[in-house]
Write a protein that binds this ligand. Sequence first.
Ligand code: NIG
Ligand code: FE
Length: 405
Amino acid sequence: METVDIFIKNASELITMDGPNRPRIKKEMCELSIIENGSVAIKNGKIVETGNDLEYGAEKTIDASGKTVMPGFIDPHTHLVFAGSREFELDMKLKGLSYMEILKKGGGIFYTVNETRKATNEELLKQSKKRLDIMISHGTTTCEAKSGYGLDAETELKMLEIQKKLNDIHPMDIVSTFLGAHAIPKEHSADDYVDIIISEMLPQVKGLAMFCDVFCEKGVFTIDQSRRILEAGKKYGLIPKIHADEIVDTGGASLAAEIGAISADHLLMSSDKGINEMARKGVIGVMLPGTPFSLMQDNYAPARKMIDSGVPIALATDLNPNCWVENMQFMIQLGCFNMKMTPAEAVTAATFNAACAIGVNDTVGSLEEGKKADVIILGCPNHKSIPYHFGVNLVETVIKNGKII
Ligand code: NIG
Ligand code: FE
């Protein structure tokens, strides 16, 4: 009998996500490739085999009877690195102040920028590491992280360097995004700041980020400014992403389709035209339901309509000081309860499609032979229980790169 490092057996549901290696759309989002009474063999950090009648000797055998075994969650949109916190904004939000009103008063992102500029590298590293620990204990094994609380070349690069360091020292795999265009700093006019991003920051970002992102929104960056930045980013090999149509429909979804963005994120207000253009171009719609939840809004992104229109959908936390959440299980719950996604669609959105949204689907996002052994074991019998049993951490075991954390 062949011997492996870890052998998991008897899982009541083994979700492999086996399927085409591209974003899953429409009905495909319901297909989780579930193996009942399933087993997984892991060796040298990789998946050796999955099935339901496997026999392996192993250094460690795990009996997953009554449990769900699945790929680690992928969180494709976070603002992981920041200093300070903004719990004082809760009272303002409860009094009815909107996100934009708080931002315009110099709070919101600007408050966090001040704190982040003042913080030492050690402080930022320590605080971000703690967030990564919480994420991994809730089953996230790969995440994206954005700069954007510097708004000057020095601090933006400092954030990207910290993300790189965290990727080296922490078991979490981190994919970096440059988000110099997160807000317009008080020191500059919008157009001057766009020039600074393009001529000063982007040339230095090379090697530190895979994606370039813009907060395209009324009162922040316009469609034209966003296009300029994202097109300039492409010249440095940065793949475009965009915060689009969160508060107002500015045509962000259409811009994402026009420039070939890998994803457009938020999308609460996107027009049918924008949604159809995204579907045609295969732009992934990243749903961030934690944000309307933390802003106490009634309206969420139209995930149901987008899935039915053929937009591949992913889920992410948007972890940031306005929406402080590290837990992808909660996003699955919000996806079902507040966005009418089915449990299966939400699981696809939190694993394989999320991997596609950050370009890591060749190595993670499904449990297929030769892929990284990023596997989680949940103390519930099936995927439908992930939204059903909410408000607790269902993840009991996390295996990252073939090692039990
Ligand atoms: O995606 N909208 C812009 N950026 C973040 C919020 C950042 C903040 O408020 O600090 C978001 O929601
Ligand atoms: Fe964001």
